[in-house]
Design a protein around this ligand. Structure first.
Ligand SMILES: [Zn+2]
Ligand SMILES: [Zn+2]
Length: 288
């Protein structure tokens, strides 16, 4: 039997999250919810590993230089039985913790909602998702979030598979070169201070301009700003054109090792701060 290549993206996040939570006083439901979610995803990653990609280097280069994402729905190789199990588990989890998703429909698990190659294709291509699960109406943004969490541990494997296959300078766009999702976090790297983005879904990292809004491409300095905390470690990039914000970590300000993927979850205070200032997360706007 062929040995699977290890994908431990979420396993590492879970470990850092458990260490982080020991030292802080976040609510136990917050901790319980994220531990359960990360554990479900880490288990799926462990079973799935890193997929083989059967794309010629020329094709990869062609897609990147013509601004097409690397992953296409019809090339996605997923064990749908596994995906369905994870989807059901995630629906059940949100049912237990409805405070983590606005308007989550109570009792939806009774409908035995299904995930299919077809709905994942719609999601990946940014199309219109169904607004029902069985008899129950569901907001497309909720469906989209459930698909996002389900498909994530499969896509993190693709991010690792594609990681060193292309020239990053050829992709200076605000969305992920692998799956097309928007960034969840930015960071300024230690040496040169270049700005990198991390995908909200597959966790791919890619380089991006420092003075351009990742969500709308706004380049005007007068309609963009950023705020920092006292330590200078955390930043909030704010865009007046599209009204979105991006959280970021300035690694030049940190002496310790930082798990950036974990920061996506643990910087929830920055989300609250940005939303209190009247900005929205790109996620809510772009619906993916
Ligand atoms: Zn991605
Ligand atoms: Zn913008």
């Amino acid at each position: 039997m062929e040995k699977i290549k290890v994908n431990d993206t979420t396993g590492k996040m879970l470990k850092s999250f458990e260490e982080w939570a020991d030292e802080t006083a976040h609510s136990s439901r917050f901790f319980a919810f994220y531990t359960s979610l990360l554990k479900l995803q880490a288990d799926t990653e462990a079973q799935t590993g890193i997929p083989d990609i059967n794309l010629a280097p020329e094709e990869i280069k062609h897609r990147i230089s013509s601004r097409q994402t690397l992953l296409r729905a019809d090339e996605l190789n997923i064990d749908w039985g596994n995906a369905q199990k994870l989807f059901s588990d995630i629906v059940n989890l949100f049912e237990q913790y409805p405070e983590f998703m606005d308007n989550f429909p109570a009792g939806i698990s009774k409908e035995q909602p299904e995930i299919s190659a077809e709905t994942v294709k719609i999601w990946l291509e940014g199309g219109k998702l169904p607004d029902r699960m069985g008899e129950t109406e569901i907001e497309p943004v909720i469906f989209s979030t459930l698909i996002h969490h389900t498909i994530r541990p499969f896509l993190t494997g693709y991010a690792l598979a594609f990681k060193d296959t292309f020239d990053y300078e050829l992709w200076r766009l605000g969305h992920c070169p692998v799956c097309g999702s928007i960034p969840a976090l930015g960071y300024l790297e230690k040496e040169l201070g270049a700005r990198w983005l991390i995908c909200s879904c597959c966790q791919m990292h890619w380089i991006f301009q420092r003075v351009v809004c990742a969500f709308c491409g706004n380049k005007e300095p007068e309609s963009q700003s950023f705020r920092t905390d006292d330590s200078g470690l955390y930043r909030l990039y704010l865009c007046e054109k599209c009204n979105n914000y991006l959280k970021a970590v300035d690694l030049r300000k940190s002496r310790e090792e930082i798990n950036l993927e974990l920061e996506i979850i643990t910087t929830v205070d920055l989300d609250i701060q940005a939303q209190e200032l009247g900005y929205t997360s790109g996620e809510a706007t772009i619906n993916k």
